[in-house]
Ligand binder design. Structure first.
Ligand code: LMR
Length: 353
């Protein structure tokens, strides 16, 4: 009995010894060096939330910005991009930015107009004839004035990004004449001026978030919408609203915004990395947006279920004439000086941009 007990204890000791060596229990060497840990305390993370897909002008720009900031800061600043409204949608992203839950957002200008009515200047219809004029408006003197307005709501304005011209997509019939808007349920982004635009056209504007839009079209609560080709394509809206009128009647662009306290907490060199990255990508972002909308146009034109329509000169004039009172509407609710500045910025392009 005693012999068996001694043998069992000896076997246990041998087993434990072998096991502990295999698990390096007796090894005194430090753990291998992990360079991911390097300066972890010094790292700065910018959580950047937006509502569209990654393969859109905004999605691509957010990723490019993250890459530039990483390179310029030598890995010190990490921009974490959350697309598709996975963190916040356009109803709550501004509040999340302001309370510091996230550090950066890029809402469509129209979605900022409740807080800053003067920003509706860029919602005005038939302002721009071409992409060069859009670039001049988004990066000229007016843009500085618009960004400065953000200080009134304690948000830091950094830049503007382009998506492009809005078109009209419709579920049932193509929309070309003003009469065809009569009683039509049209989705609008939350901007008084856009609501007024569709009121003037005789339509029934319905304000809804980007994330709820698909369901509302599916349920026939909304028959038409104004949006860019890249948004119509990337979210698959064209499958339900396949009658697309190439109207180029308005602009969809983004304000690039940061939490003010977070911005103030950054040292000067980090602030420079952010502003320089945005400056460096201005032209690239604009051209990328134009190119992507062109690619999406081709993809939609190749789809036999999608039908494109254009506006005759007469129809375009009819829209513009019907919408003319909206300029007075802006002068009453916005800042007339911004409109004057916008015309000056556009004028400078003179077709030789
Ligand atoms: C929309 O709501 O249709 C757009 O503002 C979405 C976006 O961010 O481009």
């Amino acid at each position: 009995m005693r012999f068996y007990l001694i043998t069992a204890i000896a076997t246990l000791i041998i087993l434990l010894t072998v096991l502990s060596f295999r698990q390096n229990v007796w090894q005194t060497n430090a753990l291998p060096y992990d360079d991911e840990q390097l300066g972890l305390d010094d790292q700065i993370t910018i959580n950047f939330s937006h509502v569209v897909a990654e393969n859109t002008p905004k999605g691509l720009a957010a990723d490019k910005f993250a890459q530039l900031v990483k390179e310029k800061s030598q890995g010190k600043i990490n921009v974490q991009v959350y697309p598709n409204g996975i963190l916040y949608n356009d109803e709550n992203e501004l509040a999340a930015l302001k309370n510091g839950a996230i550090q950066m957002i890029a809402p469509t200008i129209s979605k900022m107009t409740e807080a800053l009515p003067s920003w509706q200047v860029l919602d005005l219809p038939f302002l721009f004839e071409n992409e060069d004029q859009i670039y001049a408006a988004l990066h000229g003197k007016l843009s500085k004035n618009l960004l400065a307005e953000l200080s009134t709501i304690n948000v830091h304005g950094l830049s503007f990004w382009n998506n492009g011209f809005k078109q009209i997509a419709s579920k049932i019939e193509p929309i070309q004449t003003v009469e065809q808007f009569q009683g039509l349920t049209v989705r609008v982004m939350p901007s008084d001026l856009l609501v007024q635009q569709f009121n003037l056209l005789g339509a029934q504007p319905i304000s809804t978030t980007f994330n709820d839009l698909y369901k509302k079209i599916q349920n026939n609560e909304i028959l038409a919408q104004e949006n860019t080709l890249s948004n119509l394509y990337s979210k698959g809206f064209y499958k339900m609203q396949p009658q697309i009128t190439l109207s180029n009647h308005g602009l969809l662009a983004y304000g690039i915004l940061m939490n003010e306290d977070f911005w103030q907490s950054l040292d000067e060199s980090s602030q420079n990395v952010i502003t320089q990255s945005l400056k460096e990508m201005e032209r690239w972002q604009h051209e990328q947006a134009v190119a992507l909308n062109k690619i999406n146009l081709q993809q939609l034109q190749d789809n036999p279920n999608v039908t494109f329509h254009s506006l005759s000169e007469l129809q375009r004039d009819q829209w513009a004439k019907t919408l003319q009172p909206i300029y007075q509407f802006y002068e009453n609710i916005g800042n007339p000086q911004f409109l004057t500045q916008l015309y000056k910025d556009i004028e400078k392009t003179n077709g030789n941009f």
